[in-house]
Design a binder for this molecule. Sequence first.
Ligand SMILES: Cc1cc2nc3c(=O)[nH]c(=O)nc-3n(C[C@H](O)[C@H](O)[C@H](O)COP(=O)(O)O)c2cc1C
Length: 338
Amino acid sequence: MSALFTPLKLRSLEIPNRVWMSPMCMYSAAPDGPETGAPTDFHLTHLASRAAGGAGLVMAEATGVRPDGRISPWDLGLWNDRQQEAFARITAAIRSHGAVPAIQLAHAGRKASVDKPWLSDRSLTESEGGWQPVSPSAEPYPGLSVPHELTGEEIQQLVRDFADSARRALAAGFQVVEVHGAHGYLINSFLSPVSNHRTDAYGGSFENRLRFPLQVVDAVREPRRHRHRLGRQGQRPHRQAGRPGTQPGRHQPPKRRRRHRLRPRPARQRHHQRPGHLPDPAELVTAAPLPSFFRAGLRTRVPPAGPTPPGATMAEAYGMVHDSDRGVCPVTSDLERV
Ligand SMILES: Cc1cc2nc3c(=O)[nH]c(=O)nc-3n(C[C@H](O)[C@H](O)[C@H](O)COP(=O)(O)O)c2cc1C
């Protein structure tokens, strides 16, 4: 049997196979009103149908951790109770088919507040439902609005926003959280000296540019740390066991110590068993963002061929059939090339 159809274990989570659905923005959420950013029947069908088809893991699209973090006004968000409740229905449906529900948490940074990509590639004005984007520096993405340069306090708030969304994701039944660190969005723009000209602790050296991404990852993993008492040592040598180049079991800590580490801490467990607070026994798994930074540059470019101009991004190569009457829906051959 192909390894594709064998289970994959990530810490305590077992994913039934390696066919996973990528996060894909659908630009189909309500842009305003009480249902802003909440998944609808459309998203339920879109995600649950892949689970019914047998995908082992189904990942919801880039989901804004706050309103100004959405790529467009039609993106999903996870910053309030209504959105959390609507996601819970979706995770239950995905799980009912035996798949693992996952979500990609995102902030679009200076690339936020744009139109649906198949309609135009420009920033939206406030009267069109747009907003001023934010970024490490007031350096616009080519062709888009000039972003507001984040203050130190606003950066700290963003770290908390990622953490709050992760807590909500866990409470809604998601078992995997991926932090979107690619595609020129906020985390990516802190990393790059092209978009980050800061002179404080978040800019300049590579270590400084990495500070915000790492703070976000730490904060997102925090709910999981509260649930299971795992080692807090920086090295965590037992994790190395079984990796290529290591001798299985060699770095295992003594058995007595491991049992102690894995036992839930009673006080904290009681805290999280309060009604409405992290009720799901699932363990949150977070994806490390660094590999995707490197992959992103390779993966977002579509080969220049046919009607697509050289250097076109994938955003120009997809769209919704029901928007084709606007006359700008991309041709099918572009979709096939993606
Ligand atoms: C319609 C569409 C929407 C996408 N939205 C997202 C997204 O929300 N987040 C993301 O990281 N990638 C997004 N992507 C990229 C895909 O997740 C995926 O990385 C890409 O299609 C390449 O996948 P492949 O390597 O399996 O072919 C999107 C792609 C498409 C076609």
